[in-house]
Design a protein around this ligand. Structure first.
Ligand code: DGT
Ligand code: CA
Ligand code: CA
Length: 576
């Protein structure tokens, strides 16, 4: 079993227990474990060879969890989970994803109305049964209907970061075949979209049947859905609680068409429409087989050739959304996009002082091992009681501990930071005199995200005008596929940030990616320095950095635009 599959069992267990009203600590332990396990680089099936004791060396895995893990690895299932699954249908668990209703309401819908699927839920809401339940009402019913639309739309999409290890494994194993000469992923995955609907893989090979046989036999492939001479569609093993089963299209193409096929199947459709139009204007035709003048083949072996035949420079896949790429290309101004190796610091992370799983020193060591030169420790402020947020006294003590940690590690600077809530009334969760002592203040909205736009703006503007605030973290507060962000007048907020020297974050967590690509590009236009940070909650959390880089690249950001590509001294100059 893949680590992410095992992780998803713990998430599912937590969901089911939550519906039964289990206590918050137990749920958090399972969810934290899921997060940790999902980001482990070593296969759990191997780690479990050492037994439960060996597994307890993993952060956040105690006796209970380690024994469950051994059971899962040895038997492929967990009896407790099987029992719960029998009591609570999977459709009920899916209701937990609906924004605006929590486990108590879901449990009531299930227990009192006997509703077990999303379709039944929609019917019940439309027919007024939901509104009639005690503690519900017409407003809740409306929220549910709205949320159902959102869930159904997102149900079949997968976070880029969740698809990544799977894509990489499949591409690597195909690349290793004798007959395969080139193989690469195309589609939305290659464009580094936040989520992917399906995967598109292209190959050139001397024996296409061998490639398709190998894919069919791949351990991550559950079923062959369709097979032709040079094309095969397969369904991959489920990723999360049986809902998200990615499908993958493999196409084996002629060598002289590989670049044209990569161009065509990378998309986006909108980008390709412009490409085709441009070709027509030049008296050419472009399709997945190549660029043609009449019957004559002009180009197609490589993407660079295809673009060159159309009088264009190579356009990075991340930019192919028909936003600005053609104007930039025309102006000779395509940006040199930031890469993960350019990043020198990470300015948003948590420790055991609040809801993180590692100590200050452990986080610093892990960051250093990944090549980072500086970090900011930014634990939660007191409003976030769920995460054991810090009040002034605890924060000052925490900073003393950070100072002590500095003495125990060299080669990496540690900034004394805080992730400070911007409260619903637009004041900061901690007093100015405390914030003034910080090296780095990440101001964030966590609560009241549904407030009217004016109030949200007021909160953000107040934070931006506060001279102690360094950056706005995950500005919109969205969770991809689960909850929309707050309503924000971005131009007003960005103008203020530019005027006051407040930075903007791209939170790199796979489920946030906030700022998104469009708004990060807009922030760049305002000249606002952008910080890409992981929001790591454990030593494994640094893997999220790549997602933030992907988003930054989609936004067209260069090293200049990203503040934490600078060395610590240059970076400090940007902090107001
Ligand atoms: P996804 O799978 O929903 O995350 O998004 P994509 O972009 O991977 O879309 P997909 O898998 O349907 O198709 C892959 C690429 O192939 C797409 O980005 C552009 C190209 N493509 C597919 N169908 C069409 C089409 O009907 N017209 C054009 N121009 N391009 C297409
Ligand atoms: Ca696709
Ligand atoms: Ca496809």
């Amino acid at each position: 079993m893949h680590n992410s599959e095992i992780a998803s069992l713990f998430d599912e267990l937590a969901d089911l227990l939550e519906l039964q009203g289990a206590n918050a600590f137990r749920l958090r332990a399972y969810r934290n474990a899921a997060r940790t396990l999902g980001s482990l680089t070593e296969p759990l099936s191997e780690l479990a060879q050492g037994g439960a004791k060996a597994l307890q060396t993993i952060d956040g895995i105690g006796k209970d969890l380690s024994e469950k893990l051994v059971t899962i690895v040895e038997t492929g299932e967990l009896p407790q989970l099987e029992e719960l699954r029998e009591q609570i249908p999977s459709g009920v668990v899916m209701m937990l994803r609906i924004p605006g209703i929590g486990p108590k309401k879901v449990a009531a819908i299930f227990n009192e109305l006997g509703v077990t699927t999303l379709d039944q839920l929609r019917e019940a809401a439309e027919q007024g049964q939901i509104a009639g339940l005690k503690g519900f009402g017409a407003k809740t019913a409306a929220t549910i209907l709205e949320g159902l639309d959102q869930v159904e739309q997102s149900a079949q999409r997968v976070y880029h970061a969740d698809a990544r290890p799977i894509v990489n494994q499949i591409v690597e194993s195909l690349a290793a075949l004798d007959s395969v000469t080139q193989v690469s992923v195309a589609g939305s995955f290659r464009r580094c979209c936040e989520t992917v609907g399906d995967l598109d893989v292209l190959a050139t090979a001397t024996d296409s049947a061998q490639v398709m046989d190998a894919l069919a036999a791949h351990p991550l492939v559950e079923k062959v859905l369709a097979r032709g001479e040079t094309k095969q569609r397969v369904r991959l093993s489920p990723l999360f609680d049986g809902v998200k089963k990615l499908e993958l299209d493999l196409r084996v193409v002629p060598v002289e068409s590989y670049g044209a096929a990569m161009q065509y199947f990378t998309g986006s459709k909108e980008h390709n429409i412009v490409i085709r139009k441009r070709a027509q204007e030049l008296g050419l035709k472009v399709n997945e087989y190549g660029v043609f003048r009449g019957e004559e083949y002009v180009a197609g072996g490589s993407e660079a050739e295809v673009y060159a035949a159309l009088g264009l420079p190579f356009i990075a896949p991340e930019l192919r959304e028909n936003r600005r790429e053609f104007d930039l290309a025309a102006a000779g101004a395509l940006p040199e996009l930031v890469t993960v190796d350019d990043i020198q610091g990470d300015l948003h992370m948590h420790t055991t002082a609040t809801d993180g799983q590692a100590s200050i020193l452990e986080m610093a060591e892990a960051a250093k091992a990944r090549g980072l030169k500086y970090i900011a420790i930014t634990d939660h402020s007191k409003r976030v009681t769920m995460a054991n947020g810090l009040d002034s006294a605890r924060l000052r003590a925490h900073w003393k501990n950070i100072d002590k940690a500095r003495g125990k590690i060299s080669g990496i600077e540690i900034l004394c930071g805080i992730e400070c809530d911007i409260l619903e009334d637009a004041t900061m969760d901690l007093p100015d005199d405390v914030l003034a002592e910080a090296d780095w203040v990440v101001a964030v909205l966590h609560y009241g995200l549904k407030q009217p736009r004016d109030q949200i703006n007021k909160r953000l503007l107040n934070a931006i005008r506060n001279p102690h605030v360094s950056v706005i973290g995950h500005p919109s507060g969205r969770v991809i596929g689960k909850r929309p962000g707050a309503e924000i007048s971005f131009s007003e907020v960005f103008q203020a940030a530019a005027d006051h020297g407040c930075m903007m974050e791209i939170n790199a967590h796979r489920s946030r990616l906030d700022l998104d690509d469009v708004h990060a590009a807009a922030a760049k236009d305002f000249g606002i320095p952008i910080v890409i940070s992981t929001d790591a909650h454990s030593v494994n959390g640094f893997v999220e950095l790549q997602n933030g880089i992907n988003q930054a690249r989609r936004a067209g950001l260069t090293t200049d635009d990203v503040a934490n590509t600078r060395n610590i001294n240059e970076f400090r100059k940007l902090i107001r």
